[in-house]
Design a protein around this ligand. Structure first.
Ligand SMILES: [Zn+2]
Length: 138
């Protein structure tokens, strides 16, 4: 069970929400100029991402407002929740403050939020994180 932080209502149970599919699908500028194939692709073709995925959700039994969410499709970790119309957040520069509050079952995978370690490859462990304090100059 997911605990989803609605931007208007706060953390609520997953059963109060409905999934709205992939986020950031722009309506075609001139739909009448599209071929049937292009129109069908706009309507039905969606990414099937394994990993972090931008998707739309609606708080259907609460405020009934739509919002976007960055969710990992493997671990179900929620990495960001942001308003409709806002660009997809760059997780590498996302501060911990914008992380949704997920007490209890929320576990950080370790691939995100490591500001200050820009050279660290995804999935790599950081043995230097506990650098001993030097006693030189004391
Ligand atoms: Zn709400």
């Amino acid at each position: 069970m997911l605990l989803i932080s609605c931007p208007n209502c706060g953390p609520r149970d997953e059963t109060e929400f409905h999934y709205g599919g992939q986020a950031h699908i722009a309506y075609p500028e001139s739909p009448n100029d599209l071929t049937d194939r292009e129109w069908a692709e706009y309507l039905f073709y969606r990414e099937n991402t394994k990993g972090t995925f931008a998707e739309r959700w609606v708080h259907s039994t609460g405020c009934r407002q739509w919002f976007n969410m960055l969710r990992d499709t493997v671990s179900y970790d929620i990495h960001a929740i942001y308003a409709m119309g806002q660009p997809r957040p760059d997780l590498k520069t996302t501060s911990p403050k914008s992380e949704p509050e997920q007490p209890g079952e929320f576990t950080q995978s370790g691939d995100f939020g490591q500001a200050g370690e820009p050279g660290l490859a995804p999935g790599a462990t950081s043995p230097t994180a506990t650098t001993p304090i030097s006693s030189e100059g004391v």
